[in-house]
Design a protein around this ligand. Structure first.
Ligand code: NI
Length: 171
């Protein structure tokens, strides 16, 4: 197992569309394990394969919080098949450090996916978990949460983020 390096915006690979998984082999299981370890180490509540440089349709999520037992979801080829309601909650992303903004999402979703052995699975979710599912599946399409901001907010984001990263480099 290994904690992998998380790519940061504006890394071009984060804008690419990931390929479906067709082989449920040891390499896939290893990648899933590395991603879970990387997510817990960060710490974060979700991670998508492109964030560690793999253009593969694989996401890991754990929204259980530190006071509850772990509830790790490993979803291969995830797809939202039902959605309803609306939410507007603040989001962050391990690939966009130190920046948070509210994003419009569905309040409830149903996700179809495959487990690491290729068996079909389904998960209904609401609240934070529903948001995390939408956020992570977006990554597989090359979409970051800041892409959902209005043009004005996005230009403010770019300026703020540039400053933040400069301060980081200087520190
Ligand atoms: Ni993210």
């Amino acid at each position: 197992m290994a904690v992998r390096t998380i790519l940061h915006y504006p890394e071009p690979l984060l804008k690419k569309v990931s390929a479906p998984v067709s082989e449920f082999d040891a390499a896939l299981k290893q990648l899933a394990q590395d991603m879970a370890e990387t997510m817990y180490d960060a710490p974060g509540v979700g991670l998508a394969a492109p964030q560690v440089g793999e253009l593969t349709r694989l996401i890991v999520i754990d929204c259980s919080g530190k006071d509850n037992p772990a509830d790790l979801i490993v979803a291969v080829n995830p797809e939202i098949v039902e959605k309803e309601g609306e939410s507007y909650e603040e989001e962050g992303c391990l690939s966009v450090p130190e920046y948070y903004a509210p994003v419009k999402r569905f309040e409830r979703v149903t996700m179809n996916y495959q487990d690491l052995d290729g068996n079909p699975q389904r998960r209904q979710a609401e609240g934070l978990l529903a948001v995390a599912i939408q956020h992570e599946i977006d990554h597989l399409q090359g979409i970051l949460f800041v892409d959902h901001l209005s043009p004005l907010k996005r230009s403010i984001f770019r300026k703020k983020y540039q400053k933040l990263m400069q301060q980081r480099d200087e520190a």
